[in-house]
Design a protein around this ligand. Structure first.
Ligand code: GLN
Length: 449
């Protein structure tokens, strides 16, 4: 039985559920380093939920333990962004997604480790030290939502929140063998998320199974009148519509995926495609000739937007001036972002990036117009060993297959499709804007099949 079922049947109380995770964290998180801070009030919060369960007034997430990435504001806990810059920043308010989680009686179990300011693909740039991959010890868990994915893989929480600017939910979901979803841009409110690049960032769920990912997503999704960039989607109900029958689904696979991905990963992806066919889907070829242009386009955009986002950390409000205390990857991005912004009067880089962004979006939407989903790999290579030195460009290359979805604003989900040498490999499913249900259904089919 899953925790959701146990809690709903009354076989488990919220307090028992939270207590068992706290014990697991206590016993093993020294080794994994998934959490930066544990919520000391989690037991009290769970007891309050139990009272509501007794009264029959508890919400959809009643008693589920939820881990939160440290770039999301949770009142009373630290949103450090895993940086010395915000080492002592205690959130004075709840992000909109947290308000919605509390309204449905989820219990926040703690704040997770991450790449500093979400800049990274490995979980190694945190000021609080790297996170282990519980599914492949000794390897990176992926990033930047490293702690959230690791918390799920290590069984420290029921579900987790991550953020995805260029792959930060999907990449660690793939390496850690868990479910992860980057929603359509604007589906989930960003209010209370500390920006990496605001035109790309989305908050989304990480979970052990498709049902609980769908459940968390339907709780956090929907229009927020306080935010200009949220879409006018009032309420969604993914869980009751989960359906593993894929008859009528057409799924595209791009030849270009094979060009950039190691053959052992492609082999696992093709196994997953065969399973989707067995559930009724038909697989066809699609073309993404400009796939590789997405990576430089993405990084140029991120450097500029991140540079601008960091100007508020000037030492007056938050204690430290970011340039004085941050790690080398964050500093590199600030310097490059400053340089590109200064050169912008000539329209040399950023304007070009915007043009390429439209091209990539157009190409992806065109490819999607003839199919329900595009299925392919998540990362081009397997996760490297923790501590192995890799240069920045090799680190950026992890994002080649995930950044197009952010540039186009479309939803994308990842689910484990197999293993290579004992290391999980995730299948990535991309869909048209607001077609999260199709992604969830295909993942549901894979989970059962
Ligand atoms: N790895 C990408 C980067 O470093 C993605 C980060 C993210 O999605 N937050 O920018």
């Amino acid at each position: 039985m899953s925790a959701v079922e146990e809690l709903r049947s009354g076989a488990l109380t919220a307090e028992e559920n939270v207590a068992r995770y706290l014990e697991a964290i206590e016993a093993r998180d020294r080794e994994i380093n998934a959490f930066i801070e544990v919520n000391l009030r989690a037991i009290e919060d769970a007891q309050a939920v139990d009272k509501k369960i007794e009264r029959g007034t508890a919400g959809k997430l009643a008693g589920l333990a939820i881990a939160v990435k440290s770039n999301i504001n949770v009142r009373g806990l630290r949103a450090t962004c895993a940086s010395k810059t915000l080492e002592n920043y205690v959130s004075p308010y709840d992000a909109t997604v947290i308000e919605r989680i509390r309204r449905e009686d989820g219990v926040i179990i703690g704040m997770t480790n991450m790449d500093e300011f979400a800049c990274g693909s490995s979980g190694e740039t945190s000021y609080f030290g790297p996170t282990q991959n519980p599914a492949a010890m000794g390897r990176i868990p992926g990033g930047s939502s490293s702690g959230s994915a690791a918390a799920i893989a290590a069984n420290f929480a029921d579900v987790a929140l991550g953020s995805d600017t260029g792959g930060s939910i999907r990449n660690p979901a793939s390496h850690c063998g868990v479910v992860g979803i980057k929603p359509t841009y604007g589906l989930v409110p960003r209010y209370g998320l500390i920006d990496l690049a605001m035109s790309l960032d989305q908050i989304g769920p990480l979970a052990k199974d498709v049902y609980s990912a769908a459940l968390l997503l339907e709780v956090i999704a929907g229009y927020n009148p306080k935010e200009a960039t949220t879409l006018r989607v009032e309420s969604v109900d993914y869980t009751s519509k989960l359906n593993a029958d894929l008859s009528g689904y057409t799924i595209g696979f791009a030849r270009e995926f094979e060009e950039y991905t190691s053959p052992e990963i492609i082999r696992e992806v093709k196994h997953a495609l065969a399973k989707l066919e067995a559930q009724g889907a038909s697989v066809v070829e699609v073309e993404l000739p400009n796939l590789a242009k997405a990576l430089p386009t993405y990084y140029l955009t991120v450097f500029v937007e991140f540079f601008s986002a960091t100007r508020r950390y000037d030492g007056r409000r938050y204690g430290y001036r970011i340039e004085e205390v941050c790690g080398e990857e964050v500093l590199r991005r600030i310097m490059l972002g400053r340089y590109i912004s200064q050169k912008e009067y000539s329209g040399k880089y950023y304007k070009k990036a915007l043009q390429f962004r439209s091209l990539i979006k157009k190409e992806l939407l065109e490819a999607l117009s003839g199919v329900d989903l595009i299925a392919g790999p998540t990362t081009p290579k397997l996760p490297h060993r923790l501590g192995e030195e890799i240069d920045p460009l090799a680190m950026y290359a992890y994002d080649l297959l995930t950044v197009p979805a952010n540039l186009a604003g479309i939803p994308a989900g990842v689910i484990k499709s197999g293993e290579v040498k004992g290391i999980p490999v995730g299948l990535q499913l991309q869909a048209k804007p607001l077609d999260e249900q199709k992604i969830l259904n295909a993942m549901y089919a894979l989970e059962g099949g």
